[in-house]
Design a protein around this ligand. Structure first.
Ligand code: NI
Length: 189
């Protein structure tokens, strides 16, 4: 392993620890099941122009965070199926900032994005709920982070939801206007 790879693995572990701490003793499936409703509440209570506004250049808007959560659901749903159904598959990281910009999420209607997220999440939750303890030990090989099990992925995904919900509600919409940290915070690539 090169020094650069060792650095990536160490930073991935620090990221995992942060997400696991956010989740605490929470049940990851229950957390995942709640997120679409929480996002729908946010979108109901705030105007689309506010959700699309970018007070800090180079940082995500709330709408882009919702787009990013939707992308993550897409990517993680695919990885879930790969790892569950194939033996030790290769998992490729993504460049999340490029996806958010390239897919032009900020042009989407926030409520439509949330609806897409809800459907994808529902689709994936049916698979997560069917997993057995032995399934959660199955692993894939992430090209940057090394081996990752489904059990780790499940808890990461739940912590990831919580970190971005916190980002949208506390850091941004409740008037503290701290910059959204985009993927400085999120390394769920
Ligand atoms: Ni993220």
């Amino acid at each position: 392993m090169t020094t650069a790879q060792r650095g990536l693995v160490a930073s991935a572990q620090a990221y995992r620890d942060k997400m696991f701490k956010l989740l605490g003793d929470g049940n990851p499936i229950e957390v995942l099941a709640q997120t679409a409703t929480t996002l729908a509440d946010i979108v109901d209570k705030h105007s689309a122009p506010l959700l699309r506004s970018r007070p800090f250049e180079g940082k995500w808007t709330p709408n882009e965070v919702i787009g990013h959560l939707t992308d993550s659901e897409w990517v993680y749903g695919y990885r879930l199926r790969l790892i569950l159904c194939e033996d030790n598959p290769t998992i490729l990281g993504t460049n999340q900032d490029s996806w958010v910009a390239g897919l032009r999420h900020n042009e989407s209607e926030p409520s439509e994005l949330v609806e897409i997220f809800r459907v994808l999440r529902q689709f994936n939750l049916t698979v997560w709920r069917r997993t057995l303890p032995a399934d959660l030990e199955r692993t894939g090989q992430h090209n940057e982070r090394g081996p990752e099990s489904l059990g780790v992925m499940l808890r990461l995904l739940a912590g990831h939801d919580l970190s971005h919900l916190d980002q949208i509600t506390r850091s941004y919409l409740i008037n503290t206007f701290k910059p959204l940290r985009a993927c400085e915070l999120c390394k769920l690539a």
